[in-house]
Design a protein around this ligand. Structure first.
Ligand code: THU
Length: 131
């Protein structure tokens, strides 16, 4: 069942997006098994490639506090577009490193929601097991 409290928190974080170039705001929120929350929003840059996506902001904030994959309960990623924003390829590679393969990921816009996992989003991934 999709955690509506986590989705709502991600929508709140969307308001903090710094997106002057795309005007496309994304919010994220990560919840730990202890009940802590780590917030994220997309942060753009005039050098476009340096933009940080919302989900990476949230996951990096959590890891920066010492949270690790086994501590993570769920991640919500939300946008205001007509379609649900699925994480970009770069974020999928980050998430496959930093989340457990079956950690719930909730994707939502204002009208629809779905639950997925990084294993579903990035099958046949390159990971530390390949090194
Ligand atoms: N973006 C995210 O923050 N997360 C996604 O899952 C998709 C894309 C951001 C990056 C950029 O600031 C804007 O959305 C348009 O690509």
């Amino acid at each position: 069942m999709i955690d509506q409290k986590l989705v709502e928190r991600a929508f709140k974080n969307l308001e903090n997006a710094y997106a002057p170039y795309s005007r496309y705001r994304v919010g994220a929120c990560l919840e730990t098994v202890n009940g802590d929350f780590y917030d994220g929003a997309n942060i753009e840059n005039a050098s476009f490639g340096l933009t940080n996506c919302a989900e990476r902001s949230a996951v990096f904030a959590a890891y920066s506090k010492g949270v690790r994959k086994e501590d993570i309960k769920a991640l919500a990623i939300v946008c205001e577009g007509n379609t649900i924003a699925a994480p970009c390829g770069a974020c999928r590679q980050v998430l496959v490193e930093l989340l457990k393969k079956d950690t719930p990921i909730y994707l939502a816009n204002r009208t629809s929601q779905l639950e997925t996992t990084i294993e579903q989003l990035l099958p046949m991934s390159f990971t530390q097991e390949d090194l």
